[in-house]
Design a protein around this ligand. Structure first.
Ligand SMILES: *[C@@H]1O[C@H](CO)[C@@H](O)[C@H](O)[C@H]1NC(C)=O
Ligand SMILES: *[C@@H]1O[C@H](CO)[C@@H](O)[C@H](O)[C@H]1NC(C)=O
Ligand SMILES: *[C@@H]1O[C@H](CO)[C@@H](O)[C@H](O)[C@H]1NC(C)=O
Ligand SMILES: *[C@@H]1O[C@H](CO)[C@@H](O)[C@H](O)[C@H]1NC(C)=O
Ligand SMILES: *[C@@H]1O[C@H](CO)[C@@H](O)[C@H](O)[C@H]1NC(C)=O
Ligand SMILES: *[C@@H]1O[C@H](CO)[C@@H](O)[C@H](O)[C@H]1NC(C)=O
Ligand SMILES: *[C@@H]1O[C@H](CO)[C@@H](O)[C@H](O)[C@H]1NC(C)=O
Ligand SMILES: *[C@@H]1O[C@H](CO)[C@@H](O)[C@H](O)[C@H]1NC(C)=O
Ligand SMILES: *[C@@H]1O[C@H](CO)[C@@H](O)[C@H](O)[C@H]1NC(C)=O
Length: 283
């Protein structure tokens, strides 16, 4: 690893920890080498070193080669560097048998934590916490039937799917809370779920919950349906943007189009008002 003095000076301006990965001499922690999987795979002992990789959020063609950098976004990139944003997707080593707290960068491409569906082997992970994660394209935690705690306190946006499958042989009861989540295109939540909190969610195209727990689907669906779009556009427009199944019942519902409905009502009243006005004049 070599940092030229001008780059070091630049990085020193706004970045406390400056990282520079020389890809022709692969940094083993982030880029395990030719032919190997090039994205972080977390386990219980490598979190600190791989978290640093997720913060290398720019890839730049510098005068001396192509490198990954962590840049403070408020600091201008040198003009002679051709930098584009670089976001990692993260994975989990399937044999992890503890709870993990992983302070990845605020923005990453995807979370892909899954057990082996093909060989019918669920993850042994018992809990998961992403204390710093804010924006992600896709989030998958599936075949993970031992997960009893789940925390994403800062997660604001999931551009695509948020898919949690915590169901399986004898899953622990869990309460799911997404205190900051404003948008997820589609949420699929499965497990021994007793409660789901989505206080800030808006515009979801659909939410599908399969709980073997005590979630009260009737109460919950009635509350969450206002956070979805009126029609679920995929694969075709259907009136089932919220589907909830649990020990306490099954509900399929959708948001009645409130804005166009009330607009129509207002329009009708306007017409009546106009007619009344005209009629009054004629008299
Ligand atoms: C990257 O490593 C190679 C091999 O050690 C070296 O020749 C090259 O100068 C390095 N490039 C940078 C930008 O440090
Ligand atoms: C965790 O992964 C690192 C590579 O990132 C490896 O060297 C280490 O042995 C792994 N630890 C365990 C407990 O599997
Ligand atoms: C989970 O733990 C069990 C028991 O130790 C083991 O047989 C299984 O292979 C582990 N699962 C994975 C995905 O490593
Ligand atoms: C969990 O995995 C570690 C190695 O990563 C192993 O030493 C330990 O025995 C495992 N614990 C259980 C309960 O399977
Ligand atoms: C997350 O995404 C939103 C919408 O694209 C953006 O406004 C916000 O700045 C992003 N937050 C971070 C920490 O990147
Ligand atoms: C969810 O995971 C369990 C194993 O943990 C599996 O049996 C089940 O088929 C999965 N469901 C879906 C819809 O993938
Ligand atoms: C879920 O929250 C309820 C209160 O809302 C509580 O009674 C219950 O014990 C919680 N369950 C779990 C698994 O934390
Ligand atoms: C939901 O959609 C409305 C209307 O398009 C938009 O103003 C709002 O920002 C969206 N909310 C989120 C969290 O994306
Ligand atoms: C959805 O429900 C609305 C009434 O709220 C109805 O007009 C529409 O035809 C329904 N659409 C489908 C695809 O069933």
């Amino acid at each position: 690893m070599k940092i030229s003095s001008s780059v070091a000076a630049f990085l020193a301006v706004g970045v406390a920890v400056a990282n520079n990965i020389n890809t022709t001499e692969p940094e083993p922690q982030c880029h395990p080498g030719p032919g190997s999987f090039d994205q972080p795979i977390f386990n219980s002992t490598n979190i600190a070193s791989l978290v640093a990789c997720t913060k290398l959020n720019y890839i730049c063609d510098t005068p001396t080669g192509r490198d990954f950098y962590e840049f403070n976004p408020t600091t201008p990139v040198p003009a002679n560097y051709n930098c584009t944003p670089n976001f990692y997707s993260i994975y989990i080593q399937p044999d992890v048998n503890s709870s993990l707290s992983i302070p990845v960068a605020d923005t990453i491409a995807g979370v892909y934590f899954y057990g082996n569906e093909r060989y019918n082997v669920p993850l042994n992970l018992t809990g998961l916490d992403f204390p710093e994660l804010v924006n992600v394209s896709e989030f998958e935690l599936t075949w993970a039937d031992k997960v009893g705690t789940f925390d994403v306190p800062k997660l604001e946006r999931v551009e695509g799917y948020m898919n949690l499958n915590l169901s399986g042989a004898n899953p622990p009861a869990i309460n799911l809370s997404f205190p900051s989540l404003g948008y997820a295109r589609y949420l699929s939540l499965m497990g021994n779920i007793d409660a789901i909190e989505l206080p800030l969610l808006q515009n979801a195209t659909g939410i599908n919950v399969m709980s073997t727990g005590n979630l009260d689907c009737t109460v919950w669906a009635a509350e969450v349906v206002s956070k979805t779009l009126p029609l679920r556009p995929y694969p075709t427009n259907t009136n089932d943007s919220v589907i909830c199944n649990s020990r306490k019942g099954s509900v399929t519902t959708y948001r009645a189009a409130p804005t166009s409905g009330s607009r129509r009502l207002v329009a009708k009243m306007d017409v009546m008002g106009l007619v009344g006005f005209v009629w009054l004049l004629v008299l």
